[in-house]
Design a protein around this ligand. Structure first.
Ligand code: TXA
Ligand code: MG
Length: 307
């Protein structure tokens, strides 16, 4: 059911869940300080309890309410990339709910870059825990219609249009003046390194890397990631649907085409896969993009969707 901003705020304050738009993907949101509300997120998503949630905040001033350390490096990264598709994993204050952080010693924080959701955060005064608004392991939603198709019409959705970035945020853990990439996203490791002034490290003590489950971000139809156009042409037939990156035609096979500009492909990747999935073909073929830094996050999501 589609709800307006006022209703969304009322429901969230009452401890209910609401799907909200962000620039990356739609999130299934709940009051991050209300454990009963958080339990509903895990239940609706059928998400394992050992997978922590990202807390969405209105601005960097709210970090101190959640994190025990907001180091100069973390502050620098927040200034550079917030609001935006960038999540910081910081040491958590001891009072932060263990349901939220799945018993990790850290908490994940992000200021999303979406006008309506920033309004929601500011007007409600809430911090919102929100994982992607899809069932565990399924394709992430980038429109309100995707959320409704995936989670059913009982879940209230604040419709903020199609997501402009299209794939999930970059996740970076910061401890003191060191950083580690936990999930690639459209804020590239190269840009982070430039702001940080130093390369990523691997922390000794295991920080639980997100998205470790092999099966992730998957359409229902079997999907194959194919290296190069010739290989794709060799596999295409009338029981397949193909996704081409860049120009060209593919006779005898339903195909979708995205231009070869990485931000455009990211923006349209999930919605194209949702459409291809709906065709009910035997196999989805996806042309692998170049192995270059600006494609890293897209390649990551394609590889997971195909696993
Ligand atoms: O773009 C996004 O990040 C979207 C929108 C809604 O903000 N959210 C999203 O949430 O992708 P989710 O739950 O689907 O993925 C968040 C990932 C999970 O894989 C989780 O393991 C990781 O973030 N995560 C959350 N808290 C963490 C923590 N304290 N330490 C390490 N990883 C954490
Ligand atoms: Mg997700």
């Amino acid at each position: 059911m589609i709800v307006n901003l006022e209703t969304a705020i009322a429901k969230l304050k009452a401890g209910e869940v609401v799907a909200i738009p962000t620039e990356t993907v739609y999130g299934l949101a709940a009051d991050a300080s209300n454990d009963a509300a958080l339990q509903q997120i895990y239940a609706i998503k059928q998400r394992p309890a050992d997978n922590p949630l990202i807390v969405h905040i209105a601005d960097a001033n709210q970090v101190d309410a959640w994190a025990s350390e907001f180091s100069p490096l973390a502050q620098k990264l927040a200034r550079a990339f917030w609001p935006g598709p960038f999540t910081l994993v910081l040491p958590a204050k001891p009072q932060v709910s263990s349901t939220l952080r799945a018993s990790q010693p850290t908490v994940a924080l992000r200021v999303p870059n979406h006008t309506l959701t920033l309004k929601l955060l500011k007007h409600s005064g809430l911090a919102l825990a929100a994982p992607s608004a899809n069932k565990f392991t399924q394709l992430s939603p980038t429109t309100a219609a995707h959320v409704q198709a995936g989670l059913g019409d009982d879940v209230p959705v604040l419709d903020g249009g199609a997501c402009q970035v299209g794939i999930e945020s970059t996740i970076v853990a910061v401890q003191g003046d060191d950083w580690q990439l936990l999930r690639p996203g459209m804020v590239s490791a190269t840009r982070i390194e430039a702001i940080a002034g130093k390369p990523a490290v691997k922390f000794n003590q295991a920080i639980k890397a997100p998205g470790q489950h092999a099966l992730h971000y998957s359409p229902h139809t079997r999907m194959l990631l194919v290296p190069g156009r010739d290989a794709l042409i060799a596999l295409a037939n009338n029981s397949t649907a193909a996704l081409l990156i860049g120009e060209g035609v593919l006779p005898d096979c339903v195909h979708f085409q995205l231009n070869d500009h990485a931000p455009d492909v990211a923006q349209q990747l999930y919605s194209t896969l949702h459409q291809m999935d709906a065709l009910g073909k035997e196999l989805i073929l996806v042309e692998a993009p170049p192995d270059a830094p600006e494609w890293a996050a897209i390649l990551d999501r394609m590889t997971r969707a195909a696993s």
